[in-house]
Design a binder for this molecule. Structure first.
Ligand code: NAP
Length: 252
């Protein structure tokens, strides 16, 4: 079976990195379940895939909702076929210094990133085990190494790395690999929101950030989509339990 016969789920795929990953996996031949809270955005991504000759369905779902996720994954299985590729990408930020961070800020970030990745992966793994093939990619971040104002986010992104390694250990014997991508600065609505929060024009934020990156530019969603495309391919079958930093240079 090649990518042409496979079904992938990409969460948070209405825009940004998720949309780029969904489009790339579709171009590689996967049928794609485009998951997002934002139904209009998800429909837009699915329509763009269809316009390029690919196959996709938009599924409005909150990845932190157990019943919703189970229903969404079953819908993909019924309409596209058994999902054997999952990219857990949905994410939010609720940045604040620890002393100002509310319990709600903490819980929201933990629920979307960690509970969301757990729920989607748990619902899809049975299809991977049955197929004796699976690919799981979890979107971590360089913030997993620590980042001022992101105690909630860095804890969640570091947690995803432990989750990834455990999936690799448990599911390897079924032909399933699990890896994490840890992006650095990628130009999306998320980094635009960060620029707004700290009061710097987005263009200036990009320019200043690029100076500190060895390749002298910020990342684009397609940079991450390229890596995801490799990690879900047949050729990546001996790469598992890894965290790959895609940040334009080494990280500390
Ligand atoms: P983005 O543009 O904000 O896109 C995130 C998408 O996730 C949005 O469409 C959002 O929908 C969706 N989402 C949020 N909560 C959800 C939920 N509970 N259920 C389903 N979908 C949900 O962000 P991005 O920059 O593309 O980031 C994608 C991933 O990469 C995230 O996990 C992020 O943490 C990670 N990352 C990003 C960067 C970066 O520099 N951009 C760096 C490292 C890691 P709504 O609009 O409806 O909320």
């Amino acid at each position: 079976m090649s990518a042409a016969g496979r079904v992938a789920i990409v969460t948070g795929a209405a825009r940004g990195i998720g949309a780029a990953v969904a489009k790339r996996l579709a171009a590689d031949g996967h049928a794609v379940g485009v998951f997002d809270l934002d139904e209009a955005g998800a429909k837009n991504t699915a329509a763009e895939i269809a316009a390029d000759g690919g196959k996709a369905i938009a599924v409005a779902v909150d990845v932190s909702d157990e019943a919703g996720v189970n229903a969404a994954v079953e819908r993909v299985a019924a309409e596209l076929g058994p999902p054997v590729v999952v990219v857990n990408n949905a994410g939010v930020i609720r940045d604040n210094l620890l002393f100002k961070m509310s319990v709600d800020d903490w819980d929201t970030v933990a629920n979307v990133h960690l509970r969301g990745a757990f729920l989607v992966t748990r619902a899809a793994q049975k299809y991977m085990v049955e197929a004796k093939f699976g690919r799981i990619v979890n979107m971590s971040s360089t913030s997993a190494l620590g980042n001022r104002g992101q105690a909630n986010y860095s804890a969640a992104k570091a947690g995803l790395q432990g989750f990834t390694k455990t999936l690799a250990i448990e599911l390897g014997k079924f032909g399933v690999t699990a890896n994490a991508i840890a992006p650095g600065f990628i130009q999306t609505e998320m980094t635009k929101a960060t620029a707004e929060r700290i009061g710097i024009p987005f263009e200036k934020f990009i320019e200043e950030s690029a100076k500190a990156i060895p390749v002298q530019r910020v990342g684009q969603p397609e940079d991450i989509a390229n890596l995801a495309s490799f990690l879900v391919s047949d050729g990546a079958g001996f790469v598992s339990g890894q965290v790959i930093y895609a940040a334009g240079g080494p990280t500390n």
